[in-house]
Design a protein around this ligand. Sequence first.
Ligand SMILES: *Cc1c(COP(=O)(O)O)cnc(C)c1O
Length: 462
Amino acid sequence: MAKYVPEPFRIKMVEKIKMLTKEERAQKIKEADYNLFGLRSEDVYIDLLTDSGTGAMSSDQWGGLMQGDEAYAGSKSYYNVIDSGRDIFGYEYIQPVHQGRAGEKVIFPLFLSKGKYAISNTFFDTTRAHVELCGARAIDCVIEAAKNPAVRAPFKGNMDIPKLEKLINELGAENVGLIVLTITNNSAGGQPVSMENIKATSEVCKKYGLTMEIDCARFAENAYFIKRDEKGYQDKSIKDIVREMFSYGDIFHMSSKKDAIVNMGGVLGVKDGNNPVIPNIKANCVSYEGFYTYGGLSGRDMESLAIGLQEGIDEDFLHYRIGQCEYLAAKLDEAGVIYQSPVGGHGLFIDAAAMFPQIPYNEFPAQVLAIELYKEAGIRTCDIGSFMMGNDPDTGEQIKSDFEFTRFAIPRRVYTQAHFDIMADALIAIKKRAGEIKRGMRITWEPPILRHFQAKLEYINK
Ligand SMILES: *Cc1c(COP(=O)(O)O)cnc(C)c1O
């Protein structure tokens, strides 16, 4: 039995949450067309929809809000983000943007266009969408071990290096616009990427003259896993590990709503301050985000971002955070609930295909489980499976995802041990009656891209 790692903080402010009855919840989710994104948050007891922008800021960060310099150009808060970013990542050019996908919108069109390809260990959904918006195609190239949730291997987020080289040769290096390394590998279950693999990916990029872009929303969690599990890193500081990780890349973009523990914000960086792409990044930033010294953020947001970047790499915090996931995972092991194992950084990815073997991918087993969790205990999770993957942009056919995960994304510094016990109990209760659910869901309406945020669904047998 894993022990719960005690919080390295105490609580200064609380937020009330309410609990509805099971009947009320069944009605609420029906009214939301069985899309968890359509629920009002006040109708949710434990909100695990995402760990993005849902963390609890520290008293230092809240204090920082009052120090924000709201100047249009050259504000003090902008320089604080640059100093904090340079200190952590070792990149010369640091640019605030309003969130992760804004970084994608600024960077990707500079490398991708119709006929080009981008290859990643696994693309996150907005990242994939931005590749496609450029007219290019996104190819996932994660190691095979990642595709079997029950296989307990370290660094299941890794890029498949031989396959990457084969793909580059098949497509022609001149047609590959970008190699994107997602750290940690969100869609593969928050699985980390090893230092060895980061380095090997970078060597392939150098060999073929390709740009290596790091999508690093959870870089600090990744560094923690390297320290814990990769030979030779046990005595290094998280900061030194982060520095080495980024030394292998050329450009990065980060959703700071994750490991920098802010409610809104993003950063991008370019290692070489003389890289000719920088003026174009600034130009895109001015067009889409705002002047490059604020990048769509208020001064106060930049202030809390500069502080949060440093808090996110604190080792006591990371130990507690990863420990929360391990605590829940140990309870699921006892009950035989299968999840992407070993447990990843920012949450648990429950194997819904294993829970509901009777429900095929095109009836969205992971969405079925997400709905059951809400009805059972007011827990809001989401589908990371075929429902999220959507349709093939060329054929319009439903894509079959490698995984049918229901994601428990854990907000940072928000929920306590008792909440984790409720999560485990709900999953165990659903597993006991899983066989009673015979069919899945069908989509009654969907938008053309990123459909899972808005699509409407209904039960097939009701
Ligand atoms: C969250 C996330 C993004 C997008 O960031 P937003 O801040 O939500 O726009 C991109 N890539 C990864 C890996 C992410 O986790």
